[in-house]
Design a binder for this molecule. Sequence first.
Ligand code: FES
Ligand code: FES
Length: 154
Amino acid sequence: MIVTVNGKEHQYDGDPAMPLLWYVRDVLGLTGSKFGCGSGLCGACTMHLDGKSVRSCVLPVQAAEGLTVVTIEGLDPDGDHPAQKAWREHNVPQCGYCQAGQIMQAASLLAENNTPTDKQITEHMSGNLCRCGCYQRIEAAVKSAAIEQASKGA
Ligand code: FES
Ligand code: FES
């Protein structure tokens, strides 16, 4: 099967049931997406499949066949997606482990809605856990990113 990750097509002939996260990290060597719970519960492994955020630890690689996968490495070539800029501005990360997943989750919200309400932000981000408790800074950063995204007319 062909799996397209960050704009690059890859031929994959291994086990189609292998989690997408394993494929991305272990086969392609893109280690920005993290393994947390392995059960779809924490969001550390969040990446985009055709623009929607997915839990790649519980998604078989087969589910990505013919679709487009984007990981934190492919979100913006310069690391300047509005969410990434806002994350730097608000100095969000503590240990950093959950942050790639948080940013990918935020980016999928902003792609559909660049004027989210506080409630929409809380709901959309609620499945992404942060052991360090950076939730206030995460929310503030999503709000800033939404303003920037809206100003770009995106
Ligand atoms: S590692 Fe995938 S949701 Fe926790
Ligand atoms: S910054 Fe440490 S888990 Fe979120």
